[in-house]
Ligand binder design. Structure first.
Ligand SMILES: [Zn+2]
Length: 853
């Protein structure tokens, strides 16, 4: 799954309302097959169901069987067709067996029920504000929400086949797990769709989707590959999703295990509560991944991380499934790793390098993750779906591949998938499979990276002995050794460049302080520690400026040039550093390094940096690089020339992304003529409201009260959801003492639109108006908080309480942007909010773990 909060790195701090069970359950029975027939009452948002569970008793003398069931009214239960006694509790349905059963006894338990699911199953319907929205009903089971619409065994450590029978209006389309068996006429105006999944999987992977959808078909090796969009958006399917069959080919080949299901469907739905969900054979994704074809040229392959992530789950997560939530990295770490595998196979090397670079930066940017191991069972105060399971998990697999070799790595994965196909797994199963397949020992690797916590923090320096022709490289591990964090054993590639060339060698770092004596046939021009950035780590390498300059210009690998750019950015008023960054921005062969250089110049933020950025606009055509350049210009204040240029770009540039960045930069620069430009941009139409939404966000940065009526207008129900999100976010920043705004925004907490709720939660936190606390607390008590919303609500309540008690209610400084280094809570939350905004802008499709909390 890609949850929004995970994507924002929000997990790991605040308490969940309902923590997931950390350890696998003991089982009384094995659920083998469920046949479920569902009908829906749209008016009441109700499900009427009949489910027949075929199960086999595992425990001798079992008197009753328990199913997870929350908020459902059970009408009748039969066991082997005879009426059975049952009782319900708040979370369970208990069904008496005719007599204490023997292990191996088989029963069919039939349950008729109905209910209005608080979560698990969502009804997206037209209403008076959105009369034209296509009707959609969809489910989201992970982690423990299937029980809200289906009484079942709702923990991953059991697997079953399914038959899903959905009766819906004749004009609707349905999607469920497995093969479509039949569509038949039902009562007047209705049809009944029957789907059958013959490969067993866990109940959190059950999917039910029904509604008004457009469908487009492709195929892979004869298997149906289908895409669904809410009706009217079918033309957006192929432009965004057509690389799916190629991904299936790449993953099947790499793994040596064919795509394991009978079809692959991807259904895009509105108001989805996550980014994507890998239901077996039928993924559900947010419809915001259906970008307008007019914008797509500026976002090449931007949906690939989402598509490849959910596809990889079809092996890792669905074919083999974590046995308990403590091992969730076996799902999420692999899915994240395969995003990189796809990029490596389809795009230039520099792009994969950039993706990995960003993942490393994002993980390092979340200090709350550092002390926690990847496998853990103590997540009841936070969430198991954190940046360790995702980003760090993916990076650890990347390091494992490098350490044991590509062939050995995939041999191990193939063996793991073959041995455990259709089963539940823990991390020890993966270790054993890799060892069996390769006759190598990887225990230490897993001990330090998976069961241990953190990553090495290196302090590196060197000296050159001319007499001995030798470099003495001093490597210290400065991380605090405590808890689960130890001293790391890591192979590191070191490269020494002298006048006569470069020479690389691999050293094994394994002590707190070590000196490596390395031959060199002259004074080094450059010494690289961990060439190419292969290791997850933080490094302080004490180098002279001239070596950083040399490295930025001459090193062959992306990560080494990126590292040099960042080091030079720290030399604030150094013209030589600025000039070098400007040159990199003009000429570096990797566009990612050009973006990093632009960001670095923005961070330096002086007039010389501004000049370099302005010049670079002439040499950089790529819309995404231009957008970084313009965003960096937004940091360079009091330079009239810059404001003029930015305004010109905002008014008209070939690139939508550059224009959007320019609108935001105008807000941040608080340029004199910003307001008319921004309000004109709010009025103009663009694909996906791309420019309008940017302008609305920019009005928040601009901070002029006269924007308030405009923002309140565009925040109101009836406007496009993405536009409302932008306007609501900006209302969080303006007229913070105006209670009317607080009341308006708090009103949005009650809306059913998930993105609107999220925007309102953050905006209320930003406003710092403690009168919003009761509304947030009421939201917290409502029973329909999906997935990760509860921690976010708590964060914002804590933020408001802090404002109220600590620093006086009028405190507004905390959430203005003061640069990268500050670490105040308000600022970190602000960055989180910013990240959420950015994700919305990028259509919520990219897994990113940037923020602090
Ligand atoms: Zn996932």
């Amino acid at each position: 799954m890609l949850t929004l909060a995970v994507a924002a790195g929000a997990a790991g701090v605040c308490a969940r309302l309902f923590a997931d069970e950390p350890y696998a359950r003991s089982r009384d029975y094995d659920l083998q097959h469920s046949k479920m027939a569902l009908k829906f009452d749209l008016e009441q948002k109700k499900v009427m169901g009949e489910v027949t569970h075929s199960l086999a008793i595992l425990r001798e003398g079992t008197p009753q069987v328990a199913f997870d069931s929350v908020g459902l009214t059970i009408q009748s239960v039969t066991v082997n067709r005879a009426p059975a006694k049952f009782e319900t509790t708040a979370e369970k349905l208990l069904v008496a067996l005719p007599a204490a059963a023997h292990a191996g006894d088989k029963f069919d338990v039939d349950i008729r029920y109905e209910g209005k699911p608080a979560k698990g199953l969502y009804f997206i319907l037209p209403d008076k504000e959105y009369p034209n929205r296509p009707k959609q009903i969809w489910s989201q089971g992970e982690s423990e929400d299937t029980r809200y619409y289906l009484p079942t065994y709702d923990y991953p450590n059991d697997r079953l086949t399914t038959e899903t029978i959905l009766t819906v209006p004749a004009s609707w389309v349905t999607v469920a797990n497995g093969k479509l068996i039949n569509v038949s006429k039902a009562a007047e105006g209705m049809k009944t769709w029957t789907w059958r999944e013959s490969v067993p999987s866990s109940t959190y992977l059950i999917t039910v989707v029904a509604g008004e959808f457009d469908e487009v078909k492709q195929s892979w090796h004869g298997l149906p590959v289908t895409y669904y969009a809410p009706k009217g958006r079918g033309d957006r399917l192929l432009p965004n999703y057509e690389r799916t069959p190629e991904m299936m080919e790449v993953f099947s080949k790499k793994l040596g295990v064919e795509y394991p299901w009978e079809k692959y469907a991807q259904v895009m739905v509105d108001d989805f509560v996550a980014g994507g969900m890998e239901n077996s054979s039928a993924t559900t994704n947010t419809s915001s991944s259906l970008r307008s074809p007019k914008l797509l040229p500026e976002f090449p392959g931007d949906e690939d991380p989402l598509i490849s992530h959910e596809l990889a789950h079809q092996w890792f997560g669905d074919l083999v499934t974590c046995n308990d939530w403590g091992d969730i990295w076996l799902n999420e770490g692999f899915a994240t790793f395969f995003e990189m595998v796809w990029t490596e196979s389809h795009y230039p090397k520099e792009q994969a390098d950039y993706e990995r670079w960003n993942m490393v930066q994002e993980w390092l940017g979340q200090p709350s993750l550092y002390a926690k191991p990847i496998v853990r069972h103590d997540f009841d105060d936070s969430s198991e779906f954190d940046g360790n399971a995702y980003g760090k998990g993916g990076l650890v697999l990347y390091m494992l591949r490098r350490q044991i070799g590509e062939t050995e790595f995939y041999n191990g994965l193939r063996h793991y998938l073959e041995v455990h196909r259709g089963k539940n797994v823990v991390t020890a199963d993966l270790i054993q499979a890799i060892e069996e397949a390769n006759h190598i020992d990887v225990q230490q690797f897993f001990d330090q990276w998976i069961y241990g916590a953190g990553a090495p923090k290196f302090d590196v320096s060197y000296g050159y002995d001319e007499g001995k022709h030798q470099v003495a490289l001093i490597v210290k591990q400065t991380q605090r050794v405590e808890g689960r964090v130890g001293i790391f054993h890591v192979p590191v590639d070191v490269e020494i460049t002298t006048a006569s060339g470069a020479k690389a060698r691999r050293i094994m770092v394994s002590k707190e302080t070590e000196t490596f004596l390395l031959p060199a046939n002259g004074a080094p021009l450059m010494v690289l520690f961990d060439k190419g950035g292969q290791v997850l780590k933080a490094t302080e390498f004490h180098k002279e400026k001239k070596e950083w300059l040399y490295q930025l210009k001459n090193s062959s690998e992306f990560a080494d040039r990126g590292e040099a750019a960042q080091a030079l950015a720290k030399m604030k008023n150094d013209d030589e550093a600025v000039t070098a960054l400007g040159a990199a921005l003009d000429t570096d062969k990797a566009w990612g390094v050009r973006e990093i250089a632009a960001d670095a110049l923005g961070r330096i933020g002086n007039a010389t940096a501004g000049k370099q950025l302005l010049n670079a606009l002439d040499t950089n055509e790529l819309p995404y690089v231009r957008s970084h350049i313009v965003a960096a210009l937004g940091n360079i204040k009091e330079e009239p020339k810059i404001a003029e240029k930015v305004a010109a770009i905002a008014r008209g540039d070939a690139s939508f992304r550059a224009r959007a960045s320019a609108l935001q930069a105008l807000g941040k620069l608080k340029a004199a003529d910003a307001f008319p430009i921004l309000s004109a941009a709010v009025d103009a139409d663009s694909p996906d409201d791309f420019l309008r939404n940017s302008a609305l966000r920019a009005l928040g940065f601009l901070g002029e009260d006269k924007a308030v009526p405009l923002l309140r207008e565009w925040a109101a129900p009836g406007k496009a959801i993405g536009t409302r999100e932008a306007a609501i976010a900006s209302l969080g920043r303006l007229q913070k003492s105006n209670k009317e705004i607080t009341t308006q925004v708090a009103g949005y907490l009650k809306e059913s639109h998930y993105p609107i709720r999220y925007a309102a939660i953050f905006a209320l936190g930003s406003r710092g108006d403690a009168s919003a606390i009761p509304a947030l607390q009421a939201l917290l008590k409502s029973d329909d908080l999906s997935i990760e919303m509860a921690p976010t609500v708590k964060q914002q309540i804590a933020r408001l309480q802090k404002t109220e008690s600590g620093k006086g209610a009028g405190r507004e400084e905390g959430d203005t942007e003061k640069g990268e280094e500050g670490d105040g809570v308000a600022q970190r939350l602000d960055r989180l909010e910013h990240l959420i905004q950015e994700m919305n802008d990028r259509l919520k499709s990219i897994e990113s773990h940037l923020s602090k909390k």
